[in-house]
Design a protein around this ligand. Structure first.
Ligand code: ADP
Ligand code: KDG
Length: 313
């Protein structure tokens, strides 16, 4: 009952202080990447998971692979000796605000191609999880997505697609037809409200979810940040509110949410339970800095759900 995901992971340098980046004295080193964030979230929830991607033959690539292994993710990595691992910088212009810059054009991760994929692992998986970021990074990455989707379909796996539009990487005009084509081939689609509006032209989350479902997927989830989420599956529509938390860093909330949803799907849980666990994972992920560091394990979810007292003794 495993999950396979593929995409680009990047080194992450985060300004240690609020203020203009050129005046910040130091940066904290970590990494991110929507698909590896989901993979770590799943591993913490006890789901066997493989992350596939290309990394540079450099320190950042080694850091990413080590960390994935340390988190219990099985990496399936192609080492690219002619291109570096990508980087992103996160500056903090004001309290609670962050701004990302990418250094990823021509990176190792963006050069992923169908030959890099371990298709036997895709065939053996229960779920293949993809995001629109991979579609944005290159033409060979789009071919890798196609090959993975084709293989997963033939093997009867669930194809899960999170739109994850990144306007720094491509324009909506370029991206939307690609997202629509991927959504039509997916069994399960996740979209933020803005993304769902891009895909459907609808403004209301329920209408957005219905319009995405009309494209083909049997399960659709619209993520609504601090307003929670709405899901459609098995002929049922379910809304969940967000859990009230003091959000410190919302980057990665959507990835933790997806991990929670997929873990419950694999466990055979009905839609309301899938969404509740997902919302708990999303909320918990917001409570500490980092793109994946705060993703919970089962124990943390249980403590969160019956926490009246925030002090643990
Ligand atoms: P994305 O990161 O993909 O943009 P969202 O911001 O919608 O996704 O977050 C995904 C989910 O995480 C939401 O549906 C919600 O359940 C939870 N979440 C996000 N932000 C908050 C928040 N500020 N407080 C509580 N839960 C949140
Ligand atoms: O969802 C969080 C991701 O956006 C982040 O970890 C980095 O994958 C990333 C990207 O391309 O923005």
């Amino acid at each position: 009952m495993s999950v396979v995901t593929l995409g680009e992971s990047l080194g992450l340098l985060v300004a240690s202080r609020i203020g203009r980046l050129e005046l910040v004295p130091s940066m904290d080193l970590g990494f991110g990447g929507a698909e590896s964030n989901v993979a770590i979230g799943l591993a913490r929830l006890g789901v066997p998971v493989t992350w596939m991607g290309r990394l540079g033959d450099d320190a950042m690539g080694r850091l990413i692979e080590r960390q994935l292994r340390a988190e219990g993710v099985q990496p399936s990595v192609t080492r690219d000796t002619s291109a570096p691992t990508a980087l992103m910088l996160k500056e903090r212009p004001a309290s609670g605000a962050s701004a990302i810059s990418y250094y990823r054009a021509g990176s190792a991760g963006s050069r992923i191609e169908p030959a890099d994929l371990d298709l036997d692992r895709v065939r053996a998986a229960r779920v293949l999880h993809l995001t629109g970021i991979t579609a944005a990074v290159s033409e060979s990455a789009r071919r890798a997505l196609d090959a993975a989707v084709e293989t997963a379909h033939q093997a009867g796996a669930v194809v899960s697609f999170d739109v994850n539009h990144r306007s720094r990487l491509w324009s909506a005009e370029e991206a939307v037809p690609v997202y629509r084509a991927l959504a039509a081939r997916a069994d399960l689609v996740f979209a933020g409200e803005d993304e769902a509006e891009l895909l459907t032209g609808e403004h209301e989350p329920a209408a957005q979810a219905a319009a995405i479902a009309a494209m083909g997927p049997t399960q659709v989830v619209v993520k609504r940040g601090e307003h929670g989420a709405i899901g459609f599956a098995e002929g049922e529509r379910v809304e969940v509110p967000a859990f009230a938390v003091q959000a410190l860093d919302t980057v990665g909330a959507g990835d933790a949410f997806v991990a929670g949803y997929l873990a419950e799907l694999i466990a055979g849980a009905p839609l309301p339970e899938r969404l509740r666990t997902a919302a708990a994972c999303g909320a918990i992920a917001c409570t500490a800095p980092g793109d994946w560091e705060a993703a919970p394990d089962r124990g943390a979810i249980a403590r969160f759900l019956d926490a009246g007292d925030p002090v643990q003794r």
